[in-house]
Design a protein around this ligand. Structure first.
Ligand SMILES: [Zn+2]
Length: 174
């Protein structure tokens, strides 16, 4: 999936518990998976990993750093670390509101890019990957993170991509 997304490599780390959610990514090339995530069915896990790889490949952490810097009146390149920039938004509701459209856009993008990566790399349909994951996620009562839209909304937004995913599953290595 990393190669499909144009990344030279991705490093995988295991989280000790579920406190950071099932999965998250860290700049520049790390995907962290929780113990519960590792127990998911193959296509659900493929979608989850695809979603995080999409964040890395699209360099959303850079986008966050620039947007938060500009909206908080700092020079655009005062830091190149997304984590530093994200810290600006902690406890700053006004700033968080100003960049929330960007976060929603990033999550939507990570969902559909991740679903298509899972389709082409692992032969997973949207139904078996993303939609199954969101159903499971809904039952367990938690979301990936508060920044994400409710599961039903994310499922609805993925439906236009199911045909493309179906075509890509045929390209998956068997
Ligand atoms: Zn995400």
């Amino acid at each position: 999936m990393a190669a499909l997304a144009g990344l030279p490599a991705v490093r995988f780390l295991g989280a000790p518990d579920e406190s950071g959610g099932p999965a998250y990514s860290a700049a520049p090339d790390v995907v962290v998976l929780s113990p519960a995530a590792l127990k998911l069915e193959t296509c659900q896990l493929a979608f989850l990993i695809g979603h995080e790889i999409a964040h890395i490949a699209r360099r959303h952490f850079d986008e966050d750093a620039v947007a938060l810097s500009v909206f908080s009146g700092r020079p655009a390149h005062w830091t190149d670390r997304g984590e530093d920039a994200l810290r600006l938004a902690e406890g700053n509701m006004g700033l968080a509101l100003r960049v929330s459209h960007l976060w929603q856009q990033q999550e939507h993008e990570a969902d559909w890019v991740g679903a298509l990566l899972a389709a082409q790399a692992c032969g997973c349909s949207i139904e078996n990957g993303a939609l199954a994951y969101f159903r499971h996620d809904d039952e367990s009562g938690g979301g990936i993170a508060a920044a994400h839209a409710p599961s039903a909304e994310r499922m609805r937004q993925l439906l236009p991509f199911s045909e493309s995913a179906q075509r890509l599953t045929e390209r998956a290595p068997r």
